[in-house]
Design a protein around this ligand. Structure first.
Ligand code: TGC
Ligand code: FAD
Length: 415
């Protein structure tokens, strides 16, 4: 007998394999039991009775702190770089990796961010473009969460247009086999605590963009600084900073050998953007769940629950519809990606649509909480603030509109 499940209205579960369902369940259990308590203390109190208790409960969002142990825990569970083959990675499908990001983002987009950078941008980039030595040196430690990565593309003067970057790499004047990197990257997730920073820079000789793996431990004092950017009004459970390079010596062996131009960083972004597209469906799912519960409990006018009123029901219906459509679209693109049939434009389409609809619906559902929405204890305001940032990074939605517009018309509208 077919049953309507408001948590999965179009039965997306039917499209998943047994293995994917099991991975999703492991990820969801970990995220609800170990991550949620770290976001707000109130959640921790609710979870005190459960057996799987977190030893280091922190009010990460209020205090703007990030517990580095999170990535080690994720590593132990095989959640990092999950869809990569070899080097201690689980080798799952793209959809399974997306289900992991969805589970994490159901708790907080900031935790998903820290994981996306590690898994998709840095591990994914090394896996695709690295030499055998680079892969052997970094990937297994990163999969275990022992070594932390950051991805430096955006600069203070160049965000949507990274092709104009100013960071340079010039041959070391006295040390053969080394480059000197100079320049600044900003708004870089994980940078203050990262061990290895993937930095995209223009070769001084050719002006071509190349990727470098900058190892913090090998940088002489004063050549690499990674100050944190504090007081963010969203994504506060992830740590963000700058990368400042001042003639920082990096061995040529740490440069990706064969990839030149924006194809390098953008290829890493394809995988991370995919993860965001499914990830934000987790944040929206949590908003729907919380708004529904609140609407059933809160009574106004003749002791009726808010859920009885048609205007409130429409808000829930709109949000559930967008979440269901967005999830199905992401599963379809994930399947095509594994068959080698996904294009970057498909990923732009689901990244833009799912981020926009998650933000819009979360903002509308926030209204159901009335004045209580102003308290962070109701979680909805945190999701709204986070979702604004997901709509902005990895290509702001209007930039994805232009990518789609170019593909539809054949006419370039960026400049
Ligand atoms: P364009 O001429 O379009 O392309 C230049 C070269 O790149 C290739 N390319 C791609 N390759 C693979 N995948 C893709 N998605 C690709 N898109 C483009 C293209 O084929 C070309 O190759 P070649 O060999 O011919 O040189 O370049 P453009 O300068 O005109 O680019 C315009 C635009 C808008 C598409 C691009 O600049 C863009 O996407 N801007 C958005 C920037 C962005 O997404 N930044 C993200 C920074 S990282 C981040 O935000 C991490 S947040 C992490 C977290 O916390 O989750
Ligand atoms: P701008 O490029 O200045 O754009 C500002 C506005 O103008 C946007 O709305 C944009 O859509 C619009 N605009 C720009 N050009 C056009 C045009 N041609 N036509 C129409 N509209 C246009 N970057 C990294 O490299 N690594 C990271 O780990 C990382 N993490 C981040 C974490 C956080 C919390 C944040 C906030 C950002 C992060 N970013 C990271 C940077 C992010 O990718 C950029 O902020 C984003 O690409 C937008 O660039 P920008 O901020 O410079 O905005």
């Amino acid at each position: 007998v077919a049953v309507f499940d408001w948590k999965d209205p179009l039965a997306s579960k039917n499209l998943l394999t047994e293995e994917e369902l099991a991975i999703a369940e492991t990820a969801e259990r970990y995220c609800q039991e170990r991550l949620l308590p770290r976001v707000l203390r109130r959640s921790a109190a609710i979870l005190q009775t459960k057996s799987f208790r977190s030893p280091s409960v922190k009010e990460a969002y209020r205090d703007e702190t990030y517990d580095r142990a999170i990535l080690s825990e994720m590593g132990e569970l095989g959640l990092l770089g999950a869809n990569l083959q070899g080097y201690g990675c689980a080798g799952t499908s793209t959809v399974a990796a997306g289900l992991i990001t969805r589970a994490v983002e159901r708790v907080d987009s900031g935790y998903r961010s820290g994981m996306s950078v590690q898994s998709s941008l840095v591990m994914g980039g090394i896996h695709e473009f690295g030499t055998t030595e680079q892969k052997e040196k970094f990937l297994e430690s990163m999969a275990r969460g022992k070594l932390l990565g950051a991805f430096g593309l955006t600069e203070p003067n160049h965000g949507s247009d990274p092709g104009s970057m100013e960071t340079t790499a010039r041959p070391h004047p006295t040390k053969s086999g080394y480059y000197l990197l100079s320049g600044a990257k900003t708004w870089i997730t994980n940078s203050p605590i990262a061990d290895v920073l993937m930095v995209w820079a223009k070769l001084a000789e050719t002006g071509k963009i190349r990727g470098f793996l900058v190892e913090r431990s090998a940088c002489p004092p004063g050549t690499l600084e990674t100050p944190a950017i504090k007081n963010k009004n969203g994504l506060r459970a992830s740590i963000t900073g700058m990368i400042q390079l001042d003639d920082c010596p990096v061995p040529a062996a740490n440069m990706f050998p064969d990839v030149e131009g924006l194809r390098g960083p953008f290829s890493c972004l394809n995988s991370a953007r995919y993860g965001i597209a499914l990830g934000v469906m987790g944040a929206l799912g949590d908003c729907i769940d919380r708004a529904r519960t609140y609407a059933l409990e809160r009574k106004q006018f003749k002791n009726n629950p808010l859920a009885k009123y048609q205007l409130v029901q429409k808000k829930l219906a709109d949000a559930a519809t967008d979440a269901a459509f967005g999830t199905l679209a992401a599963i379809q693109v994930g399947r095509l990606k594994d068959e080698g049939k996904a294009t970057p434009e498909m990923i732009s389409m689901i990244k833009r649509q799912n981020c926009d609809r998650a933000l819009y619906n979360a903002r509308v559902l926030q209204e159901i909480f009335g004045g209580n929405a102003a308290s962070d204890e109701y979680h909805i305001g945190r999701h709204v603030a986070n979702l604004f940032i997901t709509q902005t990074y990895e290509g702001q939605s209007d930039i994805h509109s232009l990518i789609l517009g170019r593909a539809i018309t054949g006419v370039q509208a960026f400049a």
